[in-house]
Design a binder for this molecule. Structure first.
Ligand SMILES: [Zn+2]
Ligand SMILES: [Zn+2]
Length: 140
C-alpha cells in the first residue's frame, strides 16, 4: 500500500527531499485512484499550489516515475495515466469512457521462467484488459 510516509522514505533513501511540488502530486495521486491524466493531476494540484505550471507537473511526474514512486501507464487510449500503486496488478480499461480500474493479478502465475524470457531482463509487467465498463454497457 502506498502511503505518504512510505513514499517519503523511498525518496529519502534516494537522497531526494519531499518538495512542495512532489508532495502535492503524490497527494493528488493518493486522493484520486482513477489513474488520472496529467491534466487531471494539474487541476487537483492547483487547488494546493495555484501557480504551478504544466511543465513543472510533467517534470515532477517524470522524476517520480524515475524514482519508482509513480507508474506511468499507456493503456492504448492516447493519453498517459498515472498510478501511485506500484505493486503488481492488472488494469481494466473502458474503451468508451476511458475509465481505468485496478484488478488484482499475480504475474508470477504467467509462468514466465528464465527459459521462456530468452535472456531478457524484465523491468515492468503490465496486463491490460480492454472492453466496456458496466455503465457504458448499460447505456448502449
Ligand atoms: Zn465506460
Ligand atoms: Zn493501477
Amino acid at each position: 500500500m502506498a502511503t505518504p510516509e512510505l513514499i517519503c522514505e523511498t525518496l529519502k533513501a534516494q537522497g531526494r527531499r519531499l518538495t512542495p511540488q512532489r508532495r502535492a502530486i503524490i497527494q493528488a495521486l493518493l486522493d484520486d485512484d482513477s489513474h488520472p491524466t496529467v491534466e487531471q493531476i494539474l487541476s487537483r494540484v492547483r487547488r494546493i499550489l495555484p501557480d504551478i505550471s504544466p511543465a513543472t507537473i510533467y517534470n515532477t511526474l517524470d522524476e517520480l516515475v524515475e524514482l519508482g514512486v509513480v507508474r506511468e501507464l499507456d493503456v492504448g487510449l492516447g493519453e498517459r495515466h498515472y498510478d501511485i500503486r506500484t505493486a503488481d496488478h492488472a488494469h481494466l480499461v473502458c474503451i468508451r469512457c476511458h475509465r481505468v480500474e485496478d484488478v488484482p493479478f499475480n504475474y508470477d502465475a504467467l509462468g514466465t521462467d528464465a527459459q521462456h524470457l530468452r535472456g531478457f531482463a524484465v523491468l515492468e509487467r503490465q496486463l491490460i484488459l480492454r472492453g466496456y465498463c458496466p455503465e457504458c454497457l448499460a447505456s448502449q
